[in-house]
Design a binder for this molecule. Structure first.
Ligand code: NOJ
Ligand code: CA
Length: 704
């Protein structure tokens, strides 16, 4: 039906022309990208976009359905169009680069319905060289007062062809899915329902989650996502009936029976389309998300230092130890206390190892009571209190012990998806952290949200995640959320949002029943999920076959690929995820010790979505460089040019590469180390094994 209406409208449009009284076309600063906004003769708003005069987004309608009001989509008139240009540079406190250029042209279109209730709407368009964005603002007005309820946002993204698409299903509960590569018309999210390895999942429509990335037949890359997701529901993109485009499908609340409730006036998140002529351009252009957010609201966060960290973590995922201390309720199992991972003595050994290797933090999961009654139990309210340690874990003593050795304990708050309990405890939990001078917390939301009918990605939870961030900021706490809401560039406004999961992380390799993440997973993630912001993927597994703990699982990688992830995947906290005994005396561990964690600048050297990616990053304050390259199942040979180095200086490169016999499945631990002297003229041949990678540290000669 929607399609029929669109065809009808375009026929009308064709024959009657449209309202061209105002200049509602906007170009990017380099003039390559054009977005134009128009009304049909029936007053229906639509936009379209082109790159070098080739259409990249076909005419796409905009509209809203509110409760107790008529649909807001037709009979509109353009009241005014205001154009302006903006160009400034702002500095990050931590990040993939120090300086971010924020350069765009803006157009604000004010609209008014010509029939009762004569509602008003403003649409803000911004066009950058890297893509474009628009957001709706419902200004103060007589006929929309107080609370308004949105039943549906009807923002279309109509495509110009059946593009190759890398997508995960539009799950309202979790983003931890395999990526799929299909044509747009072949997207079938419904077939991804009920994956046995997901703690919670709900896929109501044939929709995808964002960022969703596409490649046109003409070689243009598009990625659709959103920025500044605040007090609103997350947006999934539903395949339209003719399977040639998407329409926004907001995550709803079954408990409340709507998508969004807002008090007038209000604005929506930005709807963003990145447009690039290279795959790497998507990564380099992903600053667009931060640029579409307000500048820093919480001030200096120098109490948070980007850091590598270890964890009492992987040992639970591979089954060497447990989160809970006593045998788990109702399971009838009889685990002895000795298996509890977060034991004071065990933690001390990790602290010693981290300290000896210059690793600044240690995550300890399973430290607090409640783990015998979390995942799988419906009555999870009030179970975790985030302040009461198990009796075999001496929190105060371990914090002191760590401080003496320059290792800060990273707190863990697994909420078990009971956000109301967590909100009641937030002040006490963060006060405890403040009293111990601890500044980083990993949060978690495993399970269906309590109360029933709310979903991880709906407005109610978006507001919960926001509350956690704002409260944490008051206590100088930085947050790394697992089972989070998607990143939408808010780290600019709240630089205590340091990292998050929001993808199929390393943990799946320890226990997934379907063979774990494929070698193509991370070369896809780099061009999809990573566009939205930092990823707590937790790389660095050296005992790839998980022997003797998980003989039926393995990480589908080579050692060199695990090292490369510290450069390829960006996060200001990067875990060295494996057990200390697997790092001890391992030559490859030197790269993890050395690799930078905070960057002056980032260059995407090459890449193709789902196939391979090569990234170089310059460390802040040292001028040292690190390079990471990863590939999917295919081996690759390439020439790596060091032309990103400053001219006239020589550097010492240490190359951690796949051995000649390396293969992610057959021979994942075969690797070699080589040294070379390099400068900006150097071009080195490199080879990546099937499922492999390469990691290179490039030190200035005065490096110490
Ligand atoms: C899922 C998280 O992704 C994982 O990192 C954590 O260990 C468990 N939940 C327990 O909180
Ligand atoms: Ca998870």
């Amino acid at each position: 039906m929607a399609k029929l209406i669109s065809i009808f409208v375009f026929v009308l449009l064709f024959f009657s022309g449209c309202n061209k009284s105002q200049n509602s076309t906007l170009r990017s600063p380099n003039r390559n990208l054009t977005v134009s906004f128009q009304l049909t003769s029936g007053g229906i708003p639509f936009y379209q976009a082109s790159l070098h005069n080739e259409q990249v987004i076909a005419p796409s309608f905009l509209g809203f359905e509110f409760k107790d009001m008529s649909v807001f989509q037709k009979d509109m008139k353009i009241i005014s169009v205001k154009h302006s240009s903006h160009n400034n540079i702002w500095e990050t406190q931590w990040g993939e680069k120090r300086e971010v250029v924020n350069h765009y042209n803006e157009m604000i279109v004010s609209l008014k319905e010509q029939k009762a209730p004569n509602r008003k709407l403003k649409i803000f368009f911004r066009v950058f060289n890297e893509g474009f964005a628009f957001r709706y603002e419902f200004p103060e007005q007589e006929n929309m007062l107080g609370d308004v309820v949105i039943l549906d946002e009807m923002t279309e993204f109509n495509l110009t062809g059946d593009h190759t698409t890398w997508w995960i299903p539009g799950d309202w509960e979790i983003y931890e899915h395999h990526y799929n590569k299909t044509k747009v018309s072949e997207i079938d999210a419904i077939s991804k329902r009920n994956h046995p390895d997901l703690g919670q999942t709900y896929i109501p429509y044939n929709a995808v989650n964002t960022p969703v990335t596409m490649k046109t037949n003409g070689g243009v890359y598009l990625s659709i996502h959103e920025a500044d997701l605040t007090n609103y529901a997350g947006m999934t993109l539903k395949l339209n009936e003719s399977k040639d485009g998407f329409v926004s499908e907001l995550v709803g609340s079954k408990r409340l029976g709507y998508k969004v409730k807002r008090n007038m006036p209000f604005e929506t998140p930005w709807r963003v389309v990145q447009v690039s002529e290279s795959a790497g351009g998507l990564i380099e252009g992903s600053d667009i998300y931060m640029n579409l957010n307000d500048s820093n609201k919480i001030g200096d966060v120098s109490w948070f230092k980007p850091t590598k960290y270890m964890g009492i973590w992987w040992e639970m995922h591979i089954g060497k130890s447990t989160w809970y201390m006593n045998s788990r309720e109702k399971t009838g199992s009889n685990d002895s206390m000795v298996k509890h991972g977060a034991r004071t003595e065990n933690v001390k050994q990790y602290i010693d190892f981290a300290s000896e290797n210059g690793i600044g933090a240690l995550l300890i999961e399973g430290w607090n009571t409640g783990w015998n009654h979390w995942c799988g139990f419906p009555d999870r309210e009030g179970v975790f209190d985030f302040v009461t340690p198990y009796s075999d874990y001496d929190l105060q003593k371990l914090v002191r012990y760590g401080k003496q050795k320059d290792v800060e304990i990273m707190m863990h708050h697994e909420t078990s998806a009971a956000p109301r309990t967590y909100e009641q405890q937030l002040d006490t939990a963060f006060s405890l952290m403040q009293s111990l001078d601890l500044h980083t917390v990993k949060t978690g939301y495993v399970g269906n949200i309590i109360p029933e009918g709310e979903y991880h990605h709906g407005q109610w939870m978006v507001n919960h995640y926001q509350k956690v961030i704002e409260t944490a900021a008051k206590y100088n706490v930085a947050v790394n959320a697992h089972e989070p809401i998607k990143a939408t560039g808010k780290r600019r406004t709240y630089p205590n949002i340091i990292s998050r999961e929001g993808l199929r992380g390393q943990e799946f390799n320890a226990w997934a029943t379907d063979g774990g993440n494929l070698p193509s997973h991370l070369p896809t993630v780099a061009f999809t999920r990573m566009l939205s912001g930092p990823i707590d993927f937790t790389p660095g597994i050296f005992n790839i076959k998980l022997n003797p703990y998980k003989l039926n699982n393995q990480v589908n990688t080579t050692i060199a690929k695990q090292l490369a992830l510290y450069v390829v995947l960006y996060s200001p906290i990067q875990m060295a995820a494996d057990l200390p005994e697997n790092y001890q005396d391992h030559a490859a561990f030197q790269f993890i010790r050395d690799v930078g964690i905070d960057w002056e600048q980032t260059k995407v050297i090459d890449g193709e979505v789902g196939e391979y990616v090569v990234i170089a990053r310059e460390e802040r304050d040292t001028g040292d460089w690190f390079i990471g390259a990863i590939t999917n199942e295919s081996a690759r040979e390439m020439e790596l040019s060091f032309d990103f180095l400053p001219e006239g200086e020589t550097f010492k490169a240490t190359i951690y590469k796949d051995g000649m016999g390396a293969h992610w499945k057959k021979n994942p631990t075969d690797f070699a180390i080589e040294e070379a002297v390099v400068d900006s003229d150097t071009v080195l041949p490199i080879r990546l094994a099937p499922g492999g990678g390469i990691a290179i540290s490039v030190f200035k000669y005065n490096h110490n």
